[in-house]
Design a binder for this molecule. Structure first.
Ligand SMILES: O=P(O)(O)OC[C@H]1O[C@H](OP(=O)(O)OP(=O)(O)O)[C@H](O)[C@@H]1O
Ligand SMILES: O=c1cc[nH]c(=O)[nH]1
Ligand SMILES: [Mg+2]
Length: 212
């Protein structure tokens, strides 16, 4: 069973509410994605092991805990995952970045892979995959399969929104993978979009919404 951590914190819920506003422009959308990504990353790290270290302080020596962020590779899924990268890297300056590119075919809803670039020693790292949306789950499942194929054993997905359908599929195929998400929404519509959701995250981040 996947451990799915839906963050009920008022600040997270407030920010997700802002992203759902239809009239929010890309310029107003991006900073909210930034802030949410920072908060979700903070939550995703809550069980991450720290490394004790003895340091000198003004009053002698003491033991402190260090976050081993060099043991993390952050994996934004192109394109929309890039919108979450700054917020996450602010908290993990020592992490490496691996990049995968997937685009969902609008008719079949199958992910089409177009890019893959792994950090050195990826197999030894914890992968923190970032993407605003987990809808059918196809894109994230394909990413998890790529990560496992290169030897990565610990995968944690961080999303703004997820649909129950995608989380069920993840549970069937990869029950070991952890998920942190601001909200699990109601369902998918017939076009594979999350309801109520926020529309197409990539288009809203990159200002490529087609006006009808
Ligand atoms: O769970 P799924 O049904 O696979 O859908 C989720 C994927 O769809 C969106 O990307 P999209 O394909 O629109 O590409 P983009 O990031 O270039 O906009 C989103 O950012 C996820 O990657
Ligand atoms: O609702 C959805 C589903 C997939 N991709 C998005 O950007 N939004
Ligand atoms: Mg898109």
């Amino acid at each position: 069973m996947n451990q799915v951590n839906e963050i009920k914190h008022p600040l997270v819920q407030h920010l997700i509410g802002q992203l759902r506003e239809h009239n929010r422009s890309p310029a107003q959308f991006r900073p909210v994605v930034d802030r949410l990504s920072y908060l979700l990353c903070y939550e995703a790290l809550k069980n991450f092991a720290t490394v004790p270290e003895e340091i000198r302080t003004w009053a002698g020596s003491t033991k402190v805990e260090r976050l081993g962020d060099s043991g993390i590779t952050v994996v934004p899924i192109l394109r929309a995952g890039l919108g979450m990268l700054n917020g996450v890297m602010d908290l993990l300056p020592g992490a490496s970045v691996s990049v995968v590119g997937f685009e969902r075919n609008e008719e079949t809803l199958q992910p089409h892979a177009y890019y893959e670039k792994w950090a050195p020693n990826v197999a030894e790292k914890t992968a923190l995959v970032i993407d605003p949306m987990l809808a059918t789950g196809g894109t994230f499942l394909a990413t998890v399969e790529c990560l496992k194929a290169v030897g990565c054993q610990r995968v944690h997905g961080v999303f703004l929104l997820a649909a129950p359908e995608g989380l069920d599929e993840l549970n069937r195929q990869h029950p070991d993978v952890l998920v942190t998400v601001a909200a699990v929404d109601e369902r998918l519509n017939e076009l594979g979009y999350i309801i109520p959701g926020l529309g197409d995250a990539g288009d809203r981040i990159f200002n490529t919404v087609v006006k009808k």
